[in-house]
Design a protein around this ligand. Sequence first.
Ligand code: ACO
Length: 357
Amino acid sequence: MAPNAVITGWGMYAPERVLTNDELSRMVETSDEWIATRTGIRERRIAADGETATTLAVNASRDALAVAGADPLDIDLVIVGTCSPDYPLPATGVLVAQQLGATRAAGFDLQAACSGFLFALATGTSFVRSGMYRNVLVIGVEVLSRFIDWTDRSTCVLFGDGAGAVLLSASDQPGGLLGVDMMSDGTGAEAIIIPAGGSACPVSPQTAAGNGHFIHMAGADVYRYATRQLAESTLAAVRDAGIGLTDIDQFIYHQANLRIINSVGKQLGIPDEKVFVNIEKYGNTSAASVPMALVEAVAAGRVKPGDRLLMAAFGAGYTAGSAVLQWTADPQRAFLAPGSQTRLGQPQRQLEPAAAG
Ligand code: ACO
């Protein structure tokens, strides 16, 4: 029988530097009140000089390995979901494997924008279920602060940096992904785009002068698309799992906008207490947002063995992905693992969740 791919380790890393809405209101014409009520975001983390997608991913991965009690040499494959890699080439996955000391592992990047972690989770699970690999490190990481026009108030208030990682391991026990939905729709290609720097529009003095290397976004179009697509994708994954929406114990959505999350919850009739939200602290960390929320949901005692979690994201492309995952690990492992205590155990300021209409 094909093995299951269960999560045996998990970790996250958020850069130390906190950028608050009030600070942003001194940089562009905005206010804490506008940002908090339109998005739910109160602050975000910004990578320090010298921090990159690789260093953030390595920090999160070390925690995941410590929680699993795994050695870097156990890892067969590293998949990094990111749209803000260190370089166009080589792949960040290669650099992460090297810095972890995972010298047996193959590494590659997977680009599906904010859906990157969900797509990578489905991909990693397939490798384990096929019998090809036993331990796959799946990472979502972004340093989008380097791809933002800090004078454009319509985008610079939204994004933040961070990383989340899980170790998927082969198991004969039930658990892991029960259902999946992945979609892409290139009709939305222009709605969220970094127009310059690829083969369509190589970097030149003109593209740099026109801010072509930054994120450009038609926010209202994305908002409309996301609210519809996230709800549809949720239902598709739950159908694929052969269960009902009420069988889901916790919903962990991409933390892009609290109003989007609330709208999806309302459309689907999901009780608020089943929806995990941490957008107020980190903003939209793109591919990192779902694994960071997962790690914090586990740390907050919101997830116990046997629980069924629905994780879902949407992003540039458009892309969307949802997964129903049965959690099997003991959440306490995170607090017992020596390497992980420093990050998960660090005292975190409690922020009042922003009111959203
Ligand atoms: N502060 C103050 N005013 C602002 C700001 C700001 N930071 N940003 C925009 N405004 C203004 C606009 O200029 C506009 O003014 P106008 O009416 O005079 O033209 C007004 O506020 C309303 O703008 P809208 O765009 O209609 O505001 P909306 O309520 O739609 O909120 C937002 C904008 C938050 C961007 C919303 O559209 C959104 O969240 N969209 C989804 C974005 C997203 O989730 N992207 C994720 C995918 S990203 C990825 O995959 C990498």
